[in-house]
Ligand binder design. Sequence first.
Ligand code: TEU
Ligand code: CA
Length: 581
Amino acid sequence: MRFDVPEIEATPADAWWSEAVVYQIYPRSFADSNADGIGDLQGIIERLDYLAQLGVDVLWLSPVYPSPHDDNGYDISDYQDIDPLFGTLADFDRLLAAVHERGMKLVMDLVVNHTSDEHPWFTASRDEGPQGSKRDWYIWRPAREGMEPGTPGAEPNNWGSFFSGPTWTYDEKSGEYYLHLFSRKQPDLNWENPTVRQAVHAMMRWWLDRGVDGFRMDVVNLISKTPGLPDGIVHEGALHGDGSPHYICGPRIHEYLAEMHREVFEDHPRRLLTVGEMPGVTVEEAKLFTDPSRRELDMVFQFEHVGLDQGPGGKFDVRPLKLTDLKASLGRWQTGLGETGWNSLYWNNHDQPRAVSRFGDDSPAYRDRSAKLLATVLHLHRGTPYVYQGEELAMANTRFTSIDDFRDIESLNYHREQTAHGVDEEQVLAGLRHRSRDNARTPMQWDTSQHAGFTAGTPWIAVNPDHTRTNAKAQLADPDSVFHYYRRLIALRHTEPALTHGDFQMLHPDHEQLYAFTRHDAASGTELLVLANFGPADLTVDLPDGWEHSETLIANVPATTPLSAPHTLRPWEARVHRRNA
Ligand code: TEU
Ligand code: CA
């Protein structure tokens, strides 16, 4: 690995993070050291050896800043401190040092599309009224022309929030509304204001001076809004207008990110990692964001492949996924960012259902094998892979009996809004069971004890009862476990240049059960073939020429037979072959 590269590389494949695997920690659910039921920094410190053993290079921490936790910390009330729930700044410094001691890096979550409504910037903006010095740090607007302020439909525009309801909340005292794309406790910052941008840059430099190695930037492609904030189209069956064309990759987004690069990253002595989370980003836009010569970001999280199994009703309108759609989408991103730019690779995170339940088969027979298949496919793509805590154990979606089992504001608001509009509760719960973000947020499963070794107290959200079957302790002891399979895949990224540098070519794009591709690296003269059977039935495939006697690099089915032509793959079998080319 090449660390400490001071300049931007000509090609992303030369940057240290092109050979890195990132592990996402959701601190609230990772490890609780003081029995208050909530994970904390000391808990993470105590589990660092587990992560070092897995072999990941970078840890990304979801937000640990002071917060009222309306959205589990994505509502920040102080950017330059640690929430007492998680510990102190001194604990943070100890964590960072312990991460660095083990040769890993640490990336912070940067949430600057919005703050908490309890951030002093916002309370000043609200309470000092329209003439106050911080008024234009946020986005305030009067009621719609001719409407009585504060009455239904009088909002400045018709945009619907990500978390249900309108994107506007009325402030009686000043008689105006403020904009919030997420909850009413997450007011959007006004990036048009240069003072706001400078304050954000200064805060980022403060964390870098403390020694952090980069930022994962929350919804960073939403920070520039179309001037005038025009109404959105109201899609059939929707309760609000779709404002997204007016805030996804808005008119000044590239300017803001290039400025941030100049002000924060350009002269920094260490080569950092920056990844922008970007709902709705297109390949064409992503190429601009990640083209090294433009000096904006290193990589982005795109959302296309996690939107393929939803209907017109949105994320809770669950539809079956077609493998051909998944391959077409991921394949297009591989090609689109092949020459210029760089992909980040993920199946799940704290906002998505568990990968094995969504893209694999979480029935007892195939859970572990299909989890290994998914890992194989993802880690063999070109880009930087992200592992979400518990994914390396094949943690699955949990069982939710009633609405009382949920904690997430998105799920609770959706349930309230839909049932209030007469939608059958069972139908609402069915969507939530598949898609609620709480599926990803149940505590990390360390062992078989009462709360899975996560806490000695009462966990803030129930552990998944399947922890007696799926847990870290059992998997560490079993050389065939999903954990050890991830460990081997992660090690491959450090030793096999074709994973980083190889060209990607999709094979059999029209096949509904086979996910197959090659990676060809001219410099090292190697070619890899990846074959994955996405289903519970045997699958006989034609091979491309000349792979019969190739070496098996990794496979998820033990005692794998040599490749023959044609070759039969067993249910959920995945294998990677290597040859000189
Ligand atoms: O998520 C942004 C986002 O677009 C979605 O993934 C969101 O979680 C939701 O599912 C939309 O339906 C980021 C964070 O990752 C998320 O946890 C926060 O809630 C959100 O931004 C606001 O900060
Ligand atoms: Ca705790």
